[in-house]
Design a protein around this ligand. Structure first.
Ligand SMILES: Nc1nc2c(ncn2[C@@H]2O[C@H](COP(=O)(O)OP(=O)(O)OP(=O)(O)O)[C@@H](O)[C@H]2O)c(=O)[nH]1
Ligand SMILES: [Mg+2]
Length: 464
């Protein structure tokens, strides 16, 4: 306080003690959402219990026992109590425990829970996030319905709860507990608890760190698993209508704590710990999913020397790693491409060479054929010319022979004889020679003239 400083007295109430009220108002205006997953065998009373818990009739047809696998069916309802709005989602396991091989029954439940976490994570990672209006579908509570056998937990129950315990808040309940006697129920509860502990199954424990609810919560933790009875049927007891199940030997009142733990479940689930279940889902189960997922994607908070490593650094390191890998891959592909081109080129060259050789071979063959044909043509032309000459000469001679007729003399016969002897020795001759020789044949006797003409012009005929 400096000298001359003016002291300002408080003019009234400062007001930050109204922060909780502001928070409440904001939350009430915004409304709440709560998501329950009911896991249990078909017909164990899941739907009846939900109807009893929220005092309403949710839709839901009974399931057949012949489902090929486990499916998850979710329904969302808008409920209102006073001025508080609740968006309630009830997810049911359809066909759970109905298959002969139940080995994979838990898988679809795990996948469903993870899918809801993934959807939330994707929304969180968006650049433009709208988480305030986002419909959060993450499962806040899993009511695990145990059959009232009075013996012990089935392996299906143990395996499923073990697989789910790190992903969701499990509240085990003994369904249809009116089917089990009081003494058996106590033993059954102890047996279940010891089996869960010995198998390391972590069920949801009601929180005891908040003083206001620590006592009730720790007492309730001792009552787990709750033995419940569900019914929407109202029966008049005294002068009051109560929810109950009537049997020939008596009436089981759902809200009577001496008859079953329904009220305890309702108190713990809805009135006392609903917000804690929501919080645990976000801070424990979703956080674990998110961490594993980001680590899987290669994000880390520290580098190998345990020094803080920011998201930016992780991103850059990943980017560099990716780029160098990309370059390596690119180089590899380039090399492969060059290699393939070389191989293809060699293949094409080989094929080209073969084609050239084939072309040369064919060309030579063609030339030989052509030469042979030309020779043959030439021979035929010669023969044709010869034939034409012979034909002309023959025609000429025939004409002359006809003109000469029968005026032949002995003298001429003699001369012709001499000439015939001469001509028969000739092998080749021209048309001039033929003409000349034919002059002599004219003087021979008529009986021999045709024979001589034939021998002169068609020697082949005679030889045949
Ligand atoms: N004894 C007894 N019967 C019950 C109880 N709760 C429900 N039931 C009866 O069990 C039968 C099946 O109940 P649902 O609520 O349809 O069972 P569910 O688990 O929803 O069945 P699905 O949806 O087909 O898997 C009905 O006839 C109910 O009346 C209970 O606490 N005790
Ligand atoms: Mg049902």
């Amino acid at each position: 306080q400096g000298e001359g400083a003016r002291a300002v007295p408080l003019s009234g109430h400062v007001g930050f003690d109204s922060m909780p009220d502001q928070l409440v108002n904001k939350s009430v205006n915004h409304g709440f959402c709560f998501n329950i997953l009911c896991v249990g065998e078909t017909g164990l009373g899941k739907s009846t219990l939900m109807d009893t818990l929220f005092n309403t009739k949710f839709e839901g047809e009974p399931t057949q026992h012949n489902q090929p696998g486990v499916q998850l069916k979710s329904n969302t309802y808008e409920l209102q109590e006073s001025n508080v709005r609740l968006k309630l989602t009830v997810v049911n396991t359809v066909g759970f425990g109905d298959q002969i091989n139940k080995e994979d029954s838990y898988k679809s439940i795990v996948e469903f829970i993870d899918a809801q976490f993934e959807a939330y994570l994707q929304e969180e990672l968006k650049i433009k996030r709208t988480l305030h209006s986002y419909h959060d579908t993450r499962i806040h509570a899993c009511l695990y319905f145990i059959a009232p056998t009075g013996h012990s937990l089935k392996s299906l129950d143990l395996v499923t709860m073990k697989k789910l315990d790190s992903k969701v808040n499990i509240i085990p309940i003994i369904a249809k507990s009116d089917a089990i006697s009081k003494s058996e129920l106590t033993k059954f509860k102890i047996k279940i608890t010891s089996e869960l502990v010995s198998n390391g199954v972590q069920i949801y424990q009601f929180p005891t760190d908040d003083e206001t609810v620590a006592e009730i919560n720790s007492t309730m933790n001792g009552h787990l698993p709750f033995a419940v009875v569900g019914s929407t049927e109202e029966v008049k007891i005294g002068n009051k209508m109560v929810k109950a199940r009537q049997y020939p030997w008596g009436t089981v009142q759902v809200e009577n704590e001496n008859h079953c733990d329904f009220v305890k479940l309702r108190e713990m689930l809805i009135r006392v710990n609903m917000e804690d279940l929501r919080e645990q889902t976000h801070t424990r189960h979703y956080e674990l999913y998110r961490r594993c997922k980001l680590e899987e994607m290669g994000f880390k908070d520290t580098d190998p020397d345990s020094k803080p490593f920011s998201l930016q650094e992780t991103y850059e390191a990943k980017r560099n790693e990716f780029m160098s890998e990309l370059q390596k891959k690119e180089e590899e592909m380039r090399q492969m491409f060059v290699q393939r081109v070389k191989e293809k080129e060699a293949e094409l060259k080989e094929a080209e060479k073969e084609l050239h050789e084939k072309f040369d071979r064919l060309k030579k063959l063609h030339q030989d054929e052509k030469k042979k044909l030309e020779d043959k043509k030439k021979a035929l032309d010669d023969e044709l010319n010869m034939f034409k000459q012979k034909k002309t000469a023959a025609e000429l001679l025939q004409n002359q022979a006809q003109q000469a007729g029968g005026s032949t003399t002995l003298k001429r016969d003699k001369e012709r004889k001499n000439h015939f002897c001469y001509t028969s020795t000739m092998e080749t001759f021209s048309s001039a020679h033929l003409l000349w020789k034919s002059q002599f044949i004219r003087f021979l006797p008529e009986t021999v003239q045709p024979l001589l003409y034939n021998s002169l012009f068609f020697p082949q005929m005679l030889s045949q």
